[in-house]
Structure formats: structure tokens, C-alpha cells
Design a protein around this ligand. Structure first.
Ligand SMILES: *Cc1c(COP(=O)(O)O)cnc(C)c1O
Length: 446
């Protein structure tokens, strides 16, 4: 992995400029060092893709990575991902495969399942979903028929594409209605969600968001679902890592099905998982394979097991609590810089903020921040349902910078850098580089 201390980086062979090739990656990528297993062979064999890997690992190390969905996974997880388990076909489930030679991958998948069940207190875990979206697709496939009515957070208020977007299978195949947040407070209004549920009588209610910065009251959603006879699906893609570390409420005791990603705060490989009760286990498993997926990606399943093992440690609990403390500190710093933070703060790793008070639209703000080496997303900001203009803000998360070892003192500094970058202070790029130099995402020669 990025392996060389910053101070010696310029002496590494990786620091030479990228080759000038017409179909190569941008040649301006900063110098970096990456030396995972097999890398030297890749570099000898395919210098173009080697440059992309080097350039990307250097980019990750050289800036502040504040995209709320991203993290730095561990060298152990990366080792599992880059292993010969990638070669194995394994349709089906442990002990019931459609292929021979599955003894070792069965062991890896059983380990992942047992660890996930123990970590989240679930009766059943399916660890094969290729992504968060695939997990949601399988949950709908298990519980719904095409045309069924579903209630989920509306997209402008923070719903995911799989929560009824017309550009996504969900919006085309199901009849979605959207609930929102109170436009003044930015908070979920459970009374209004209940009224909407009583009117619509949905077959399922989805709770979960890509940008809601507060804890979700799963017990309140359970009550509403019970009152109207709906399934409750929790899409906990973002907070599931906080749940693992005891820093956010666990949806498992309340939801019929919990969908999640393994690569956000949870810090595992890119992928999805589904947790549910024993009663739905068979339906969920059949909805993943063979209904919506083919063979499982066994290198990823093994990497999920590694990540679940890491997430069960006291060190990860400390990490999860530092992630939320850092987010609170960063939210405060951003308010100090004149931005308006939605809901006035955060309970999680995630912050959304309006840049209009400092005279910038969100896209301009994102561009100025990118020029300063500060990488984040824009997102929709909650507004009244009848608003003629949609508002956009910025979305930030503290999962990655916390993995790098940053704490609340650094968050105050990051807030100040963001404020200065928005004022187009040209010195910020160098200050960003100086800050992250002390927090390499991977230890030297991991
Ligand atoms: C990230 C996310 C997903 C999708 O995950 P992918 O792995 O990108 O498919 C689904 N739902 C929510 C709420 C998310 O935040």
C-alpha cells in the first residue's frame, strides 16, 4: 500500500512523471507510492494501469478526502481483495453450491456470515450483495411485487436513487411516495410520515438516507409500519459502521430487513449486505441468488469477513466514536466560517451545509475546495415541497480523515481551511498538503 513516508516520497521510483501516452491517465498526478502485492509485476507488464494506481493512491494521500461515503480500507482487507479467491466460482451458499472446490470459500463465507450476525445481533446475514444498491434490489425482490406501493424518503430530501428515482429500477417498477424533512428544522417529522403512511397504506416503508445527519428513530418507524401493516426496510448504508462501533442506534431489532454497504464508515471492501430475521432468511437468500445476482465475489466476501473482524474490536469502537466527535467539531467549525449547517449539527459522520450565506452556490464552492485539495460532494438541501427552486449544498463526512488519525483539533483546522478556500485564499492548497502529510492513510511499508 502507499508505503513510503512523505519525507522520502521524492526518492521513490514512483515519483517520476507519468508517461506521455495518448490514451494514458492525466500526466499531472502527484508523486505517490504504492507497493501492494504484485505491484512491481503490474508495473512491468502494464505501465498505463500502474500509473493510474499510483496516481490515484497519491491523490488520495495528498488531499483531504471528505466524501461522506468514502473511507480508507485496511491493508488486510486489500490483501483479501487482491487474492486468488477472485478466481473461484461459487454460485449458491455455503454447503449448497453449484460448483466443486468450494471448501475454502465456504469457510470464508460462513465466517463472514457468523461475524456479521454477531456484530449486529442479527438472526440472518447475507453477505453476497455486490453493492448497496444490489442489496436494496434484493430486499424489494424478496418482499414486494412490481407495482406495489412503497414509502421512502424523497430524493430531494436525501433519499437514495433506489428509493424511487425515475432513473432507477425502483421508480419504474414500484409505486413510490416520498416523505421529507421539516424544511425549517431539517429533521424527520414522524407525525407527518405516519399520516402519509395511513393515507398511502404502503406495502413497505424504507428508512435511511444519503445525507440525513441525525440518528434515525427506528422504533418510531416500526410503530408506523405496524400501524399500517407494512414491512420496514432500513437502508443503513451510511450509518452501519457507526452501529458496529456502538456510535449509532442499531436498526436490526426494529426493521424486517436491513440493507447496508460494507465500504462506507464500516471501512470494508466495496459491497453490500442484508440482515434479517430467521423468518425471512430463505426469501432474502433466494432474492440475492439466483433472483438478482449470479456467482458471489468470494474475494470480496472474504474481505467483508476481515472488515467485520476489525469492526468487532475495541479499536473500531473508539474509531466510530471519534468519527462522530470529529463530525460535531467540523460542523461547529463550518458554522464559525459562516456556513449554515443543516439541523444545526450532526449525530453521525455526515454534515450537510448551505454555502449561500457566504455568497457561493454549491458547485462553485465544491470547485474552489477541489482546487485547494479538499474533496467533497454537493447534495440537495431540504426545502418545502412546493418550492420553485431546489437548493443545493455541500455534503461532508469524517470517516476517512478519522481513519487517518485526525482528531477534533485537526477538524478545527479543516474547518478553517474550508473557510479560507471558499474565500479563494491561494495559500490553502499548500496548507492542506502540510496537514495531510502528518496523516498518511496507510502506515509506511504496511
Ligand atoms: C451508498 C448508498 C446506497 C448504494 O450503495 P452502492 O454500493 O453505491 O450501490 C444505497 N442506499 C443508501 C442510503 C446509500 O447511502
Amino acid at each position: 500500500m502507499p508505503a513510503t513516508p512523505a519525507s522520502t516520497r521524492s526518492a521513490t521510483p514512483h515519483s517520476r512523471p507519468a508517461r506521455q501516452q495518448s490514451d494514458g491517465p492525466p500526466a499531472a498526478s502527484p508523486p505517490g507510492a504504492w507497493s501492494g502485492p504484485g505491484f512491481e509485476q503490474l508495473r512491468a507488464q502494464d505501465p498505463q494501469i500502474a500509473e493510474a494506481l499510483l496516481g490515484e493512491s497519491a491523490r488520495q494521500a495528498a488531499g483531504l478526502q471528505l466524501i461522506a461515503a468514502e473511507n480508507f480500507t485496511s491493508p488486510a482487507v486489500l490483501a483479501a481483495l487482491g487474492s486468488p479467491l477472485a478466481n473461484k466460482y461459487a454460485e449458491g451458499y455455503p454447503g449448497a453450491r453449484h460448483h466443486g472446490g468450494c471448501e475454502m470459500v465456504d469457510f470464508a463465507e460462513r465466517t463472514a456470515i457468523e461475524r456479521a450476525k454477531a456484530l449486529f445481533g442479527a438472526e440472518h446475514a447475507n453477505v453476497q450483495s455486490h453493492s448497496g444498491s444490489s442489496a436494496v434490489l434484493a430486499a424489494y425482490a424478496a418482499l414486494l411485487r412490481p407495482g406495489d406501493s412503497v414509502l421512502a424518503m424523497s430524493l430531494p430530501h436525501g433519499g437514495h436513487l433506489t428509493h424511487g428515482s425515475p432513473a432507477n429500477f425502483s421508480g419504474r417498477w414500484f409505486d413510490f411516495a416520498g416523505y421529507g424533512v421539516d424544511p425549517d428544522t431539517g429533521l424527520l417529522d414522524y407525525d407527518r410520515i405516519r399520516q402519509l403512511a395511513i393515507r398511502r397504506r404502503p406495502k413497505a416503508i424504507v428508512c435511511g438516507s444519503i445525507s440525513y445527519p441525525r440518528h434515525i428513530d427506528y422504533a418510531a418507524f416500526r410503530e408506523i409500519a405496524d400501524e399500517v401493516g407494512a414491512y420496514l426496510i432500513a437502508d443503513a448504508a451510511h450509518p452501519i459502521g457507526l452501529v458496529a462501533g456502538g456510535a449509532a442506534p442499531n436498526p436490526v431489532p426494529y426493521a424486517d430487513v436491513v440493507c447496508a454497504t460494507t465500504h462506507k464508515v464500516l471501512r470494508g471492501p466495496r459491497g453490500g449486505m442484508i440482515l434479517c430475521g430467521a423468518d425471512l432468511a430463505e426469501r432474502i437468500d433466494r432474492a440475492v441468488f439466483p433472483f438478482t445476482q449470479g456467482g458471489a465475489q468470494m474475494h470480496t466476501v472474504a474481505a467483508k469477513a476481515v472488515a467485520f473482524g476489525e469492526a468487532a474490536t475495541p479499536a473500531f469502537a473508539e474509531y466510530a466514536h471519534r468519527v462522530t466527535a470529529n463530525a460535531r467539531a467540523l460542523a461547529e467549525a463550518l458554522e464559525g466560517e459562516g456556513l449554515t449547517v443543516t439541523t444545526g449539527g450532526t449525530d453521525t459522520h455526515l454534515i450537510t451545509a448551505d454555502t449561500a450565506p457566504v455568497g457561493l452556490d454549491a458547485r462553485t464552492a465544491r470547485g474552489r475546495l477541489a482546487a485547494a485539495g479538499i474533496v467533497l460532494d454537493t447534495c440537495a438541501l431540504p426545502c418545502p415541497a412546493d418550492a420553485s427552486v431546489r437548493r443545493t449544498g455541500i455534503r461532508l463526512g469524517t470517516a476517512a480523515v478519522s481513519t487517518q488519525g485526525m482528531g477534533e483539533a485537526e477538524m478545527a483546522r479543516v474547518g478553517a481551511l474550508i473557510g479560507a478556500a471558499l474565500r479563494e485564499d491561494g495559500a490553502v492548497r499548500a496548507a492542506t498538503t502540510e496537514l495531510v502529510r502528518h496523516f498518511p492513510p496507510y502506515p509506511p511499508h504496511a
